[in-house]
Design a protein around this ligand. Structure first.
Ligand code: PGA
Length: 247
């Protein structure tokens, strides 16, 4: 719940100025609903894609306050963040709700960016893989594991979001491996198309190190996306890491 028309225009124009020539890294900006039209206006026909931060779980109807997949599509959105921990904790969103939304997003051709992650208590108790596994199982149960082909999962340890304390490369690598194995086991084909991001205090100082971790395909950036310089540096870090992979 950041931004306004003026600030957004400044940020998006700065991203466009600095990030239009990336040839490997893909930049997507997920904005609050009222600014989808602004994102569409400023970003269409550019290399930066846009999406939303949530979506309703029904097609359409009397669901006051909700926003449907079709509405997002009306504004050219291609991506939708689902299950961000700030939604599951502050708005009591259940894994089943998230699974409904995931299914609907896929049916409408939107790419879901599914957030999963554990609390600090869960990590300290050593049950982080069980917790993340259950979050993924809710989707698998409803939609089948194939649904993760061409989807994006973002591993977001809740203790790392907005705290300045990112997961260590080793912690992230272990969890990314766990997620990838769980989601691609039955079909080797899914391997290439599934992208797994890391989110939680990504900043210009730690971006190269995190993006270089085996199995991390990119980042979901919160706070640092509100500062054009920081966000540009993070995207350039992604580009730099992609370049070394291509070489
Ligand atoms: P942060 O947020 O980068 O501010 O930690 C990440 C997120 O909201 O997922």
């Amino acid at each position: 719940m950041h931004g306004n028309l003026k600030q957004n225009a400044q940020l998006l124009n700065a991203y466009l100025k600095e990030l239009s020539d990336l040839s490997h890294a893909k930049v997507v900006v997920c904005v609050p609903y009222p600014y989808l039209a602004q994102a569409q206006q400023l970003l269409q026909n550019t290399s930066i894609a846009w999406g939303a931060q949530n979506m309703g779980k029904f097609e359409s109807g009397a669901y006051t306050g909700e926003v449907s997949a079709d509405m997002l599509l009306d504004f050219g959105a291609q991506y939708v963040i689902l299950g961000h921990s700030e939604r599951s904790t502050a708005y009591c969103e259940s894994d089943e709700n998230i699974a409904d939304k995931f299914m609907l997003a896929k049916q409408h051709g939107l790419t879901p960016v599914l957030c999963v992650g554990e609390t600090l208590i869960e990590r300290e108790a050593g049950v982080m893989e069980m917790v993340v596994g259950q979050q993924l199982d809710a989707i698998i149960k409803k939609c089948g594991v194939e649904v993760f082909e061409h989807a994006i999962v973002s591993y977001e340890p809740i203790w790392a979001i907005g705290t300045g304390l990112a997961a260590s490369p080793a912690q992230a690598e272990t969890m990314h491996q766990f997620i990838r194995q769980k989601l691609t086991q039955p079909s080797a084909q899914a391997e290439g198309a599934l992208k797994i991001l890391y989110g939680g205090s990504v900043n210009p100082q730690n971006a190269v190190q995190l993006f270089s971790v085996n199995g991390i395909d990119g980042g979901l950036v919160g706070k640092c996306s509100l500062n054009a310089q920081d966000f540009v540096k993070i995207c350039q870090a992604a580009e730099q890491v992609c370049e070394t992979l291509v070489e």
